[in-house]
Design a protein around this ligand. Sequence first.
Ligand SMILES: CC(C)(COP(=O)(O)OP(=O)(O)OC[C@H]1O[C@@H](n2cnc3c(N)ncnc32)[C@H](O)[C@@H]1OP(=O)(O)O)[C@@H](O)C(=O)NCCC(=O)NCCS
Length: 188
Amino acid sequence: MIIRPLTVFEREAVRNFYLALSPEDRRKRFCCSLSDETISGYVDRLNFTRDTILAVFDEQAELVGLAELVRGAEAGEMAFSVRPDKRGRKIGTKLMQRLLLRARMCGIEKVFVLFLSDNTPMRRMAVSAGMALSSVDGEARAARELPAPSAEELAHWFIEEALSHGGYFGTLGPVDIHRMRRVASKCG
Ligand SMILES: CC(C)(COP(=O)(O)OP(=O)(O)OC[C@H]1O[C@@H](n2cnc3c(N)ncnc32)[C@H](O)[C@@H]1OP(=O)(O)O)[C@@H](O)C(=O)NCCC(=O)NCCS
């Protein structure tokens, strides 16, 4: 399993992942029912530079989970989604751990996640991560403050980042660098 932050080149992979979710899973992820069009618009607006979109890939380099960290004025908002057939294997928990470290690396001092109040896996994940629970307009909210990372954690982060990018592209085989450059110039 490889966990790494996605780049702007991978927007379509995020779109396909969310569009493949059932109506019920969309409701759990976004706390409301969303059409294909709305999800697509949401993905178009994702900011891969300012925010963090972490992805989990399986051994075949298939995307099986996403976690997002969106910077806000007061706190960073996190959100999680694991492909239904891969749930219950601690993938969500690992995404949470990596996203919390990422938030600390970015200097974010507080994070929160919103979810439907009957969402037991999300609630358990939040409690395991030391988050405090409250209720907002019938939805659940979990939040916690984050300490600055230690030198050891910083080193650990850089090593994991390098290994995950290397591991993923090693799984894919040769990458068409010219195509990536063409896409990059259009994103300018
Ligand atoms: C929430 C979600 C990301 C969790 O992913 P996951 O990979 O299944 O999570 P984990 O395997 O790490 O399990 C997390 C906790 O939930 C528990 N859990 C997992 N599946 C469960 C289930 N069906 N019923 C009850 N508890 C469950 C696990 O035991 C674990 O708790 P523990 O650490 O106390 O043992 C996943 O269920 C999901 O994608 N849900 C739809 C989207 C969503 O709800 N997002 C949250 C709002 S942003």
